[in-house]
Ligand binder design. Structure first.
Ligand code: PGA
Length: 251
């Protein structure tokens, strides 16, 4: 989505409880956010409280997951419809931590993408290779598989958006992002898959491809200057108002 401000999505993971989430949301509200489209993704239990804080601010709310059915006997799961009711406009799907710890598969991610779209949420679909996959030469294959399986057969309406976050798994939480040129190559692979699945105008108007993995104020400006990159999914550095502000400043 070339003509828009870069999008910066903060993934608070399971790092902040309700009081800390409220505090961080209030601090972020005071930042000059005009250079970016900002989304924050607190834990499920903090969503409604944070929604009250960001209601009249230029900050959108996202969740970190949703279920693939809208309602039913699915103990412990959270419906995309309920997330919308709670004030969410975005939902992170297929994060590598969920793929790793909860055995989330491409098929589950695919079903969740469909559900998120039909509930009116923008899915933020995470794809990325592990260290082993990078070293055995299957990085591009992994990106192609994950992106294709998440999106194959999905209908994208004119007003719907999908964000693909390229997150090299081996870089997440290390404090060291990959070289911008390497991120660009992977993002080109992802974009090629999108061109294989959708019309050029849908790819241009309805999709964004962003980067995640140890994004901080020191690497933001280099990574955002890449033609392929539409923004960031930020973990650790989004959990501090000062660091988040520095990222936005450097865009
Ligand atoms: P990180 O996390 O910025 O702490 O590496 C990114 C993510 O997991 O989305």
């Amino acid at each position: 989505m070339a003509d828009q401000h870069p999008i910066v999505i903060g993934n608070w993971k399971m790092k902040l409880g309700i009081p800390e989430s409220k505090e961080l949301a209030s601090a972020i509200k005071k930042i000059n956010l005009t250079k970016a489209e900002v989304v924050i993704c607190p834990s499920f239990v903090s969503l409604t409280e944070v929604a009250k804080i960001v209601k009249h601010a230029d900050i959108a709310l996202g969740a970190q997951d949703c279920f693939w059915e809208s309602q039913g006997s699915f103990t412990g799961e959270v419906s995309a419809t309920y997330l919308k009711e709670a004030g969410c406009d975005f939902v992170i799907l297929g994060h590598s931590e969920r793929r790793k710890y909860l055995n989330e598969t491409d098929e589950m991610v695919h079903r969740k993408v469909g559900m998120a779209l039909s509930a009116g949420l923008v899915p933020v679909v995470c794809v990325g290779e592990t260290f082993e996959q990078r070293h055995d030469g299957s990085k591009d294959y992994t990106l192609i598989q994950q992106t294709t399986k998440a999106l194959e057969g999905v209908q994208i309406g004119p007003d719907q958006r999908v964000i693909i976050a390229y997150e090299p798994v081996w870089v997440i939480g290390t404090g060291q992002a990959i070289e911008p040129e390497e991120a660009a190559l992977s993002q080109q692979v992802i974009r090629q898959v999108l061109f294989d699945l959708f019309t050029p105008s849908v790819v241009k108007n309805n999709f964004s491809v962003i980067y995640g993995g140890s994004v901080d104020a020191t690497n933001t400006s280099q990574l955002i200057s890449l033609e392929e990159n539409d923004g960031f999914l930020v973990g650790a550095a989004s959990q501090s108002a000062e660091e988040f502000e520095a990222i936005i400043k450097n865009i």
